[in-house]
Design a protein around this ligand. Structure first.
Ligand SMILES: Cc1ncc(COP(=O)(O)O)c(C=O)c1O
Length: 407
């Protein structure tokens, strides 16, 4: 194999990152695009709240920890460069996305403009809107080098005047990183809402909602942000809140019932939340946001992307492994096929060897996989706490498995 250059110094203290991550002692975690290993402060924040619930009861615990809860909102707002009152906590990115969609009054013939790389559940929601309300789904074409053709998308935006423009920043099924900024800004100039799925990008790269210019940003806690499972959030542009965008199904937390036939939405992004909360997970998410901010998102991106590039190089050098990622910018998700093995089988076999990866089937990316003739793929997603030795371990394990089935 070609000798590889050492990784550029990201400025991160990797030993410290690993010391903060108890899970690294239990295996090689290359499934950060699925669910990452939380750092110790995330676990501590969750435990502290569960302890309070144990001692006081759920309602009383939440009442007694209002300062910590406000701190969690502030931490996520800081992570996103957002202003106070613009973040709603929800259960996951899918709920964040659907809450945002529900705030738009879709009617027959309305157009949703999106890309061929939007997440599977988002595509399913668009299809459901098409079926129920007669919405037209328009997917901008790809550029020859991979990822959406930004200019073509902007032209469609001007020509078709969509009701909504939506884009997945980093798709689940490849290393591709799409650039939302030019499209979000074109949408903003026309007063068209722009919904960004930042599920894989939050915690992986810097995200500044002011710079992007979106109307909504939907995200989850458990992936590159390294928060707990079961927590996500939606950022809503304060101007959109001011203009009266509200979710279709508010509850008694998101709105007040002020007269028999009158509701009044909460003044801030809370209107996108429900009353019942796993506050321990909200606090864990706040701790994850604080941790990522303290590490520095640029540094995390530099290291995670460099590790992923190195992994692609290592895998591509193994006969029988085909690296699938393509696009002008590639992030921390690596996808590949491995001769003689189905990805699901590999995931199980590698897991027995202490290496954690995940498998993608056609249903996770019908458009992209069909266009590229891919049936299934193995996904490996390093994070900043991953080491080069771990990449080598995973590469050797895969090379052994290819050899074991070579005919
Ligand atoms: C790009 C993208 N968007 C949205 C989601 C959905 O996130 P959640 O499972 O938190 O709803 C995922 C999950 O893998 C994803 O990769």
């Amino acid at each position: 194999m070609c000798p590889t250059a050492p990784l550029p110094d990201s400025g991160l203290d990797v030993a410290r990152l690993r010391a903060d991550t108890p899970g690294v002692a239990f295996g090689t975690h290359l499934n950060n695009a699925g669910a990452s290993l939380p750092p110790a402060p995330v676990h501590a924040a969750i435990q502290a709240h569960l302890q309070a619930e144990l001692e006081l009861g759920g309602y009383e615990a939440a009442d007694s920890r209002q300062a910590e809860i406000r701190g969690a909102y502030a931490a996520v707002e800081t992570l996103l460069g957002a202003t106070p009152g613009s973040v709603a906590f929800v259960e996951n990115a899918t709920v964040a996305f659907s809450q945002a969609l529900s705030s738009l009054p879709f009617g027959r013939g309305d157009v949703i403009l999106t890309t061929r790389h939007d997440y599977v559940s988002n595509q399913l929601m668009y299809l459901s809107l098409a079926e129920r309300f007669g919405v037209e789904l328009l997917r901008a074409p790809d550029a020859p080098e991979g990822g959406v053709d930004t200019q073509a998308m902007i032209e469609l935006l001007h020509r078709r005047r969509p009701r909504l423009v939506a884009m997945t920043h980093i798709p689940t099924n490849s290393g591709l990183v799409q650039d939302p900024v030019p499209v979000a800004q074109a949408a903003r100039e026309r007063g068209i809402p722009f919904l960004l799925d930042a599920c894989q990008s939050v915690g992986q790269i810097p995200l500044d909602v002011r710079e992007i210019g979106a109307t909504f940003v939907a995200a989850t806690a458990r992936k590159f942000l390294r928060g707990p499972r079961g927590s996500g959030f939606l950022w809503v542009d304060p101007e959109a809140l001011e203009a009266g965008l509200t979710p279709l199904f508010p509850d008694l937390h998101g709105a007040d019932w002020i007269e028999a036939d009158l509701l009044q939405p909460a003044p801030d992004a809370r209107r996108f939340e429900n009353w019942e909360f796993a506050w321990a997970l909200v606090l864990g998410t706040g701790a994850a946001a604080r941790y990522a901010t303290s590490c520095g998102l640029e540094r995390i991106q530099d290291r995670a992307w460099a590790l992923a590039a190195l992994l692609r190089e290592k895998l591509a050098a193994v006969e029988g492994i085909t690296v699938l990622d393509r696009g002008p910018r590639l992030g921390a998700i690596v996808t590949a096929t491995v001769a003689g093995w189905r990805p699901g089988e590999l995931v199980a076999d590698l897991r027995r060897a202490g290496i954690r990866t995940s498998a993608l089937d056609r249903g996770s990316a019908v458009l992209d996989f069909d266009a590229r003739g891919i049936q299934e793929a193995l996904r490996l997603s390093p994070h900043a706490f991953t080491t080069e030795d771990e990449l080598q371990l995973a590469t050797d394990a895969l090379a052994d498995r290819v050899a074991s089935r070579r005919v």
